[in-house]
Design a protein around this ligand. Structure first.
Ligand SMILES: [Zn+2]
Length: 474
């Protein structure tokens, strides 16, 4: 008799989608497309952010996809909360007026959650640690303060008012709407990593090294760190970076001089840890608050792409530690834009601490440290992207990190914007990466960054991959 196999367990097939798509294309129409083309059974609804990366239409300068309003929202994008703000939750909050005005009275959660439920789709609130100080008069009081005492445009995660705001926001969403989960993303890191350009994206060498607000200073003192030594060390680190980027090579070389600075000022590392611990404390507090209010609501985190590039940032993303305050992790594994982004990271980190070696050697070293093989060299990386094998390796690493105790949902790249001659997503890429993630043990995927920038053929390729995997498992 043939062995009876257990039926394939349904995978969590999610997509990130902003309010503007539902407003532009109609709620039922979008849900039809997502279900029919891609087999989506969970929505990550971008309900709070001031960034157009997850909430707007296609970003200006990139081709519009083959659905949705055929125009950019350059003049209309504002950001904030795309669901109603219920004032009773924000009596003590620094921010009270943050309802996104872009789409009038359109309430993303009210419009979508009940309809999704009727179709058997789950709804998650998707929030980002991105504010626009211009639209928030009280922002000054929660802003991070840099080594020179200047306010920045980032909110300090050690500021109790910021934490209170985030808890209030989540309480409002989960108590006012029948949502199944929440996901918060904070694509930021501490002052050491920021100073040395340990990230993708632009890097000018002049970073606002933070945070020295009263709350961070107090926490530093409680840990026995000399605030003044930390400040002085970070100022000297800034001087080192300036000299490196001006090609003024120290007599002992760049890396040795950098390491000597850490020996002289271990407070630099201590301040970096203080920053990261602040972010982790926010995860723990939000997890506790949501679970206390609605224990069935799933809580998880979007982990920044930098985790794929920077060993310094990766060291701060301890999956086992994160697991203690998470029901799931969405780990970004965007492979297409991963090529250009890794190339940017190498350019940045090479311009400071790894300047002694040629950039291609720095990339080769990173491939070894990060555990990637068979990926493109520096001259091809931006046009080739990273492979589906990268997604498989990162999926397995994350599952091992959480010891299989909670689901890992790799973030899959569908048409995330890249530069003019850089890698663009093709259906075969999507199919290969979704299959790689699911075949490597992921319990689901999150198609990213947002529906409003995805082409329908690429979305359909995700659906094909899921069907093929499910058929092979059943
Ligand atoms: Zn602070």
């Amino acid at each position: 008799m043939p062995a009876r196999r257990a039926p394939a367990k349904a995978k969590f097939i999610a997509i990130q989608v902003g309010a503007v798509s539902f407003a532009d294309e109609g709620v039922d129409n979008v849900l039809d497309i997502l279900q029919e083309r891609a087999g989506i059974n969970a929505l990550m609804l971008a309900v709070f952010t001031y960034g157009r990366g997850i909430a707007g239409r296609q970003i200006p300068g990139q081709p519009l996809p083959d659905h949705g309003a055929q125009k950019y929202d350059t003049d209309t994008f504002h950001g904030g909360s795309y669901a109603a703000v219920h004032p009773q939750y924000y009596r003590l909050s620094p921010f009270k007026d943050f309802r996104a005005p872009d789409l009038g009275d359109f309430d993303l959660l009210q419009a979508v959650v009940p309809k999704a439920k009727m179709r058997g789709m789950k709804s998650y609130c998707w929030l980002e640690d991105v504010y626009n100080p211009r639209f928030l008069p009280q922002f000054e009081q929660v802003a991070e303060i840099d080594v020179h005492g200047q306010r920045t445009g980032q909110a300090c995660l050690n500021n109790p008012e910021v934490r209170d705001f985030l808890r209030s926001l989540l309480a409002d969403y989960i108590e006012s709407y029948d949502v199944d989960g929440v996901m918060w993303g904070s694509e930021r890191q501490g002052p050491l990593n920021s100073a040395i350009g340990s990230h993708h994206g632009g890097f000018s060498g002049h970073t606002s090294n933070t945070c020295f607000c009263e709350h961070c200073q107090r926490k530093g003192r409680e840990r026995g760190i000399s605030v003044e030594r930390a400040r002085q060390g970070l100022i000297e680190l800034g001087g080192f970076v300036d000299a490196a980027r001006a090609d003024r090579k120290p007599s002992d070389g760049y890396f040795v001089t950098f390491w000597r600075l850490l020996l002289t000022y271990p407070e630099i590392l201590a301040w970096e840890k203080l920053w990261t611990d602040g972010q982790q404390e926010v995860y723990a507090e939000l997890y506790g608050a949501v679970k206390a209010a609605r224990s069935r609501v799933q809580v998880g985190w979007h982990l920044w792409h930098n985790n794929s590039f920077s060993p310094f940032y990766r060291a701060e993303q301890d999956y086992w530690k994160l697991r203690q305050h998470s029901d799931f992790l969405k780990v970004v594994m965007y492979n297409n834009c991963g090529g250009p982004r890794l190339a940017e990271y190498i350019t940045n980190i090479h311009s400071t601490i790894f300047r002694d070696a040629p950039p291609e050697d720095v990339l080769a070293l990173h491939y070894s440290i990060l555990g990637y093989s068979g990926e493109a060299g520096l001259d091809q990386l931006a046009t080739t992207g990273l492979s589906a094998d990268y997604v498989a390796r990162e999926t397995k690493r994350a599952i091992a990190g959480v010891r299989g105790e909670i689901p890992v949902y790799p973030g899959i790249d569908i048409d995330i914007p890249t530069g003019p001659n850089e890698k663009k997503t093709q259906p075969a890429d999507v199919k290969a990466t979704v299959k790689a993630a699911l075949a490597s043990g992921a319990q689901g995927v999150v198609l990213s960054r947002k529906y409003s920038e995805m082409r329908l053929a690429n979305l359909a390729a995700a659906g094909e991959a899921v069907r093929e995997i499910m058929t092979s498992e059943s």
